[in-house]
Design a protein around this ligand. Structure first.
Ligand code: GRF
Length: 202
C-alpha cells in the first residue's frame, strides 16, 4: 500500500510537481493525498488541482493567534491521515500543535547545506558569504528554524558570475531529485530518527 503524503507549500510548487510526477508510478510507493498552503492563489495549488489532488488553505491572518492557526493546520493535515508530511517550500514555522501530532513524521527541504545559512534566504546568504559550494538539505522538522536531523544533502558549486537567481535555480535542479529519491525511500523502506541520526530502512 502506498504511503500517504500531505505536502505543504507556499510558492511555485516545483518540488511538489516532482513529487506528483514520481507518485504517478505505483512502484514509487507514495501518493500525495492533499496539498496545503498558507496562502491562496499560488502556483503549487494550481499544480495540485491539475493533478486532481485535494487542497486546503490555512492563512495565519484568518486566525486570532498563531497557536490557533497551528492547531487548524495540524487538524487539516490530520484529516487526510498522512504517513509523512513534506514541507516543500512552506514559508511558515509550524508550532507545538503540529509538532505534537507530526513530530518525527514531517520533513522540510531547505536550499542550503545546513547548518549553514538557515532561514528564508539560503541562496542569497550563501552567495553573499562567498562560499564555493552550497546545496540543499532535507531535514526532519523539529522545533527550531532549520535545525532538525538531516536526512540527506546535495552539494552544488557556486560559479564565479552567479546571481541569487542563477544560484537558486542550480540548487533547485539538484534538490528536486534528492527530495524525490529520499521521500520515496522513506515511504517504501520506513525510517528511524535517533538523536541527530536519520536512518532509512531497517
Ligand atoms: C525551494 O528552493 C525550497 O528549497 C525552499 O523553497 C523553494 C520552493 O520552491 N524551501 P517550490 O515552491 O517547490 O518551487
Amino acid at each position: 500500500m502506498s504511503a500517504r503524503l500531505v505536502v505543504l507549500v507556499s510558492g511555485a510548487g516545483t518540488n511538489l510537481q516532482a513529487l506528483l510526477d514520481a507518485c504517478a508510478d505505483p512502484a514509487y510507493g507514495a501518493a500525495v493525498v492533499a496539498v496545503g498552503a498558507d496562502r491562496p492563489g499560488v502556483g503549487a495549488l494550481e499544480r495540485a488541482e491539475r493533478a486532481g489532488v485535494a487542497t486546503f488553505v490555512s492563512r495565519v491572518d484568518d486566525f486570532d493567534s498563531r497557536e490557533a492557526w497551528d492547531h487548524a493546520l495540524a487538524e487539516a493535515c490530520a484529516s487526510y491521515d498522512p504517513d509523512l508530511i513534506v514541507l516543500a517550500g512552506f514559508m511558515r514555522l509550524t508550532g507545538p500543535a503540529f509538532m505534537s501530532r507530526f513530530g518525527g513524521r514531517a520533513v522540510n527541504i531547505h536550499p542550503a547545506l545546513l547548518p549553514a545559512f538557515p532561514g528564508t534566504h539560503g541562496p542569497r546568504d550563501a552567495l553573499e558569504y562567498g562560499v564555493k559550494v552550497t546545496g540543499a538539505t532535507l531535514i526532519v522538522v523539529d522545533d527550531g528554524v532549520d535545525t532538525g536531523p538531516i536526512v540527506d544533502q546535495v552539494a552544488v558549486p557556486v560559479e564565479e558570475d552567479d546571481t541569487v537567481d542563477s544560484l537558486r535555480a542550480r540548487i533547485q535542479s539538484a534538490e528536486r531529485p534528492m527530495l524525490v529519491e529520499n521521500v520515496g525511500r522513506m515511504a517504501r523502506e520506513g525510517f528511524t530518527v535517533s538523536g541527530r541520526k536519520v536512518r532509512i530502512g531497517s
